[in-house]
Design a protein around this ligand. Sequence first.
Ligand code: FES
Ligand code: FES
Length: 163
Amino acid sequence: MSKYTLSVNGQSKTVDVAPDTPMLWVLRDSLGLVGTKYGCGIGECGACTIHVDGSPRRACQTPVSEVGRAAITTIEGLSPDGKHPLQRAWVELDVPQCGYCQSGQLMTAASLLKQDPRPSDAEIDKTMAGNLCRCASYTRMRAGIKRAAELAASGISDKGGRE
Ligand code: FES
Ligand code: FES
């Protein structure tokens, strides 16, 4: 076991875990941040997607020893008040079905909108292709991303985010 001091959702957190412990288990088991989900554990489904210094990363494939003081953002930290444009759009369009994959989907989508505030359908499909949804809510997620872009552009929703 080793001690690691991490920056998670803007807060400093110290954990005592084995160096090869995936961030997925550090977040869920050590820090109680259970919004990040375990899907496949092999980097294939995207359910565990978090941001590391603003870029999407698979938490199941990110050992705690590799993180250092990089800024970790989870779904709990996406917006301080839960009003990120994506969250507003997801509620407005009733996007999720079972919801299991959705925190990972939102983290990938948030990264996309940060890079391109008005993504095309093709760009959305390409970026989101690595996040699987067993309920196949892909069409509604694409509509949700486009609606979030509108909300952000019009100032209807605050932009949220800690990054
Ligand atoms: S649980 Fe990490 S990619 Fe599936
Ligand atoms: S909403 Fe059920 S897995 Fe995506």
